[in-house]
Design a binder for this molecule. Structure first.
Ligand code: BES
Ligand code: ZN
Length: 416
């Protein structure tokens, strides 16, 4: 992490920006600034240099940290999320500087903890509020609606995570000597996991939907016209049949509806062959994707009550809250949103799709609260970029378009 932060600082310094990697209680935050001209607007460009774990390594066609280009795509962990996308912005600024002058002041803010909830960036924003003051925030850390389709994402889901340990006997037991008389923690964990959804695919936690706003009629209409079909989503995911909350299309389920998802589950013997054991404990990791007005802490409190209520006899629960962040929503028709749409259309030659996306960037609402400026999400990752998965990739073409997009965006933002 340290080396990556230092690489960025070196790159920015070679471009003539004033740059530093500032330590936090976690990973360093990289800040780089062009000389501030008070007559110009200021654009803050945000991204992250941390990535998700690359495992399982055996499923990569080439090693995750040795980037290679195959069939017009760059393969490597972070190729899209987010190293490739943020690098396009860096190179855009580098080109603009080489060609003459920047139309705006630029501040880069590149953090190293986005993938674990941006725990220390909130405080950093508070303490550097003046240095980071800006007129708009530009981010490329989302996915395009379809290959080659310019996309402005105006909403992202929030997130709340927790881990549940299910504890049974004091030690692993012989399943013949004790099985049938002692509760099995893995079975109990499976029951708890299964209790999260009802038969209609809705989250069965009491109160979970209380704060959820229904989708506005215009949004449901817009979702119908989305360039992304259910079939395309199924094909990308490699499944024959989609599943989820009844009554909604896949685009709506992913972008506009909250969910509960199991990210990990374990317990008992994991080795080859069989071992007749009644395990002492089991665990599962759950994350909730949230929509506007749902609060991470409130949802985690409801989830705790739910698991306590459904906890089978004979086991006890140890629940640990993880990170959280609220959902993000921006009116794409405000001036900065329109400037972003113009830049996208100019570079891609098509009117941009306006999308709600399912992923989360937890710091976004704090950006808007602390810096008081709109965050523009200009997607560069392709729908089959395999973010967080083996063989993550980034089309070279998107990378080159991203460099041009950065220049067009800064120009459009400067003009209004
Ligand atoms: N780039 C993603 C966010 C994203 C992905 C937005 C796809 C829209 C579409 C980001 O790096 C990410 O993965 N965020 C995490 C946040 C979490 C770990 C706190 C996520 O969404 O799981
Ligand atoms: Zn990510």
């Amino acid at each position: 992490m340290q080396r990556c932060a230092e690489w960025l600082v070196g790159k920015f310094e070679r471009m003539g920006l004033e740059a530093r990697a500032e330590p936090t209680a976690g990973c360093p935050v990289v800040v780089a600034k062009s000389p501030r001209d008070p007559a110009k607007k200021t654009v803050l460009i945000y991204g992250h240099y941390d990535v998700q774990p690359a495992e399982p390594l055996n499923l990569w066609t080439s090693p995750p940290f040795d980037p290679v280009i195959r069939s017009g795509r760059i393969f490597g962990r972070g190729a899209s999320d987010n190293k490739g996308q943020i690098l396009a912005h860096i190179l855009g600024v580098e080109e603009a500087l080489a060609e003459g002058e920047l139309p705006v002041n630029v501040v880069f803010l590149i953090e190293g903890e986005e993938e674990i909830g941006s725990k220390h960036l909130g405080t950093f924003l508070e303490t550097h509020r003046e240095e980071l003051a800006c007129d708009a925030i530009a981010i490329s850390d989302t996915g395009m609606a379809a290959e080659g389709y310019p996309t402005l994402s105006y909403a992202l889901r929030g997130i709340a995570t927790m881990e549940v340990r299910v504890k049974g006997p004091a030690m692993d037991l012989h399943s013949g000597i004790y099985g049938g008389a002692v509760a099995n923690p893995v079975t109990a964990a499976a029951r708890l996991v299964a209790s999260l959804h009802d038969a209609n695919g809705r989250v069965a936690i009491e109160g979970f939907y209380d704060a959820v706003q229904p989708m506005a009629p215009w949004e449901r209409e817009a979702a119908k016209e989305s360039p992304v079909s259910d079939e395309a989503i199924a094909a990308q995911a490699g499944v024959k049949v989609l599943a989820g909350e009844a009554g909604y299309s896949a685009v709506e389920r992913i972008g506009a509806r909250p969910t509960a998802e199991i990210n990990g589950f374990g317990g008992g013997y994991q080795g080859e062959g069989s071992k007749t054991v009644l395990p002492a404990e089991a665990f599962f990791k759950v994350s909730f994707r949230l929509v506007p007005d749902q609060h991470p802490d409130a949802v985690l409190a409801m989830a705790r009550r739910h698991f306590e209520k459904h906890c089978p006899a004979g086991v006890t629960l140890e629940m640990t809250d993880g990170h959280g962040g609220e959902a993000f929503f921006l009116d794409p028709m405000q001036p900065a949103g329109k400037a972003a749409q113009r830049a996208l259309e100019e570079v891609f030659g098509k009117k941009p799709a306006l999308t709600r996306e399912g992923g989360s960037i937890p710091i976004l609402t704090e950006f808007q609260r602390t810096l008081g400026q709109p965050a523009l999400l200009l997607a560069l990752a392709s729908p089959d970029c395999r973010a967080h998965a083996p063989d993550e990739n980034f089309p070279v073409e998107n990378f080159l378009l991203g460099i041009r997009l950065n220049k067009a965006l800064l120009r459009e933002l400067a003009n209004g």
